[in-house]
Design a binder for this molecule. Structure first.
Ligand SMILES: Nc1ncnc2c1ncn2[C@@H]1O[C@H](COP(=O)(O)OP(=O)(O)OP(=O)(O)O)[C@@H](O)[C@H]1O
Ligand SMILES: [Mg+2]
Length: 513
């Protein structure tokens, strides 16, 4: 067990960590923090939801001198929402030390950003495109940057940010510390690491199973036309606290979120074509629970940490295993349990099994939820809510009308009708039509995820304990990391040399999410 006191951090930093309620360091934190403090370059890989953000933020905050009046650190993230979230975590962790940080992302008023930059933040957290924009305008100068962090580095490459990242990093002094983080490290990371990192330490807390062990994984085989009814039934049957439903395209997300709203589900959509204002609003509503279902493209697949997400539903099968791992990783975070459900059309089952093989995790088949299972689920929830109101006794203003109705109608009839309204069943007749999506075509065969990056601490890692919370399963105990040092070279080489499509991947125009 490693506590944060073991790292000899400043009091102000320890205090902020305590304020966040972190009692023990997670495995990636206990391995990364001492290395990062020593100034070495590093590549950090650990499962979704295991605290990679704090793993790089804590040593960064410790290292920065409070008095510095210049940008000394740059963090890049693939999406605006993630940049905002990382900035918030850094804010919380640095509040007692008084470090200034600023998120910089597209879609936000640039003049406002320039004004905020004049307050001399020491840490900038941004998306590559907008960062480059500021650099070209000379409103961001990188001459004094000593630490660069790339969060979700592989995704930034996949989105076509390689050139932007290259241009940015060329402007940062070579005497710097550079760190890459992600739960997945596909082959193309090697090129980035070779180019921009110096003799990096590889820290991998990925056990054999790259997806989080806290997530129960299921799939439902069905036809495209059955998907929407299945989604409604699944939501009813499972009654998630919060759910994220992933759709393949922006159109899909728009249609799906509209359809869910029409059926009475508190849902909203998130994708890259919305205005920044709309995106902020949707995220705010989801975080504060005023909507329960977030329908999103892969824009929400990476890094987002919303507590209370109990379910992830892949309405459309993701394109590749990496995307699957990150999408489902929006649940089962920080030691909590979650479940992930994937809809698969008959022509896609091979692709699902491919994902299963690559991620080395069984995805269990479940039948389509039946009408009665859905109804039962809904009724249970509504009965609970009704009983809560009864216990609260806060319904006096409805007593008059109740007495009036009871004089005319049967009490069971009244209650049953009220239930029908409460459960939204009156809205079930609303006709819904979605534009069908093409099935995902299987890709070429690929090896399972390996420990492509390996710990170079001579196998002495004893960081198994992890959270005080209920992280369970052997994957977080010692054995999960054991031997992460063995085999390293050959496995790394194999993995990295795999697939000649590497170059092609770099040239890809980037996905639009
Ligand atoms: N030591 C800790 N103890 C308890 N909770 C922690 C600790 N470190 C981080 N957390 C919490 O765990 C959650 C997940 O952390 P974080 O978002 O950094 O995960 P991640 O590894 O970056 O995941 P992803 O791969 O999805 O980006 C956050 O809510 C964070 O506050
Ligand atoms: Mg993260």
């Amino acid at each position: 067990m490693t506590t944060f006191n073991d790292f000899k951090l400043e009091r102000s930093v320890i205090q902020a960590i305590q304020d966040l309620g972190f009692e023990e360091a997670t495995p990636i934190q206990s391995q990364t923090i001492p290395e990062a403090l020593s100034g070495t370059d590093l590549i950090g890989q650990a499962q979704t939801g295991t605290g990679k953000t704090a793993a790089f933020s804590i040593p960064l905050i410790q290292k920065i001198e409070k008095e510095e009046q210049k940008i000394v650190s740059l963090i890049m993230a693939p999406t605006r929402e993630l940049a905002i979230q990382v900035a918030e975590e850094i804010n919380k962790l640095s509040k007692f030390k008084g470090i200034r940080s600023l998120p910089i992302y597209g879609g936000q008023d640039i003049v406002k950003q320039i004004r905020a930059l004049k307050k001399k933040p020491q840490i900038i957290i941004g998306t590559p495109g907008r960062l480059l924009d500021h650099i070209r305008r000379k409103t961001i100068k990188l001459n004094d940057v000593h630490t660069v962090i790339l969060d979700e580095a592989d995704e930034m490459l996949d989105m076509g940010f390689m050139d932007d990242i290259q241009s940015i990093l060329k402007l940062v002094p070579e005497e710097r510390q550079t760190m890459l983080f992600s739960a997945t490290m596909p082959p193309n990371i090697k090129k980035l690491a070779q180019q921009f990192l110096t003799d990096p330490k590889h820290i991998s807390v990925a056990p054999k199973k790259v997806s989080s062990p806290n997530i129960s994984q299921y799939y439902i085989e069905l036809h495209e036309r059955q998907k929407f009814e299945a989604l409604g039934r699944l939501l009813d049957m499972e009654s998630p606290d919060l759910a994220i439903v992933f759709g393949r395209t922006k159109r899909r997300v728009d249609e799906l979120s509209e359809a869910l709203k029409k059926r009475g589900y508190p849902a909203d959509g998130l994708h890259g074509d919305l205005t920044q204002n709309q995106r902020d609003q949707v995220m705010r509503k989801f975080r504060d629970g005023s909507i329960d279902v977030l329908v999103a493209t892969d824009v929400a697949a990476r890094g987002l940490d919303v507590s209370g997400v109990s379910h992830v539903i892949n309405f459309d099968l993701p394109q590749d295993p990496e995307s699957y791992v990150h999408r489902i990783g929006r649940t089962g975070r920080a030691g909590k349990e979650g479940s992930a459900w994937t809809f698969v059309t008959p022509r896609e089952t091979d692709h699902l099994h491919f994902i299963e093989k690559v991620t080395r995790h069984k995805i269990f088949k479940k039948p389509l939820p039946s009408f009665s299972e859905a109804l039962e689920g809904k009724q249970k929830i509504m009965a609970e809510r009704l009983l809560n109101v009864i216990q609260s006794k806060e319904f006096t203003q409805y007593k008059g009308i109740s007495i009036q109705l009871l004089e005319e109608y049967d009490s069971v009839d009244i209650l049953a009708a009220a239930f029908k309204l409460l459960t939204g069943d009156d809205k079930q007749e609303v006709r819904i039509q979605l534009t069908p999506e093409e099935p995902i075509r299987g890709k070429k065969k690929r090896q399972p995820f390996r420990r492509r990056v390996t710990s170079s601490n001579n196998g002495s890692s004893k960081s198994g304990g992890g959270y005080k919370s209920n992280y369970k399963g052997n994957s977080y105990k010692g054995s999960g990391y054991k031997g992460s040092n063995s085999n390293s070279k050959s496995s790394r080489t194999n993995r990295f040399n795999e697939g000649k499509g590497e170059k092609k991947q770099y040239q890809k125009a980037g996905r639009h999410i």
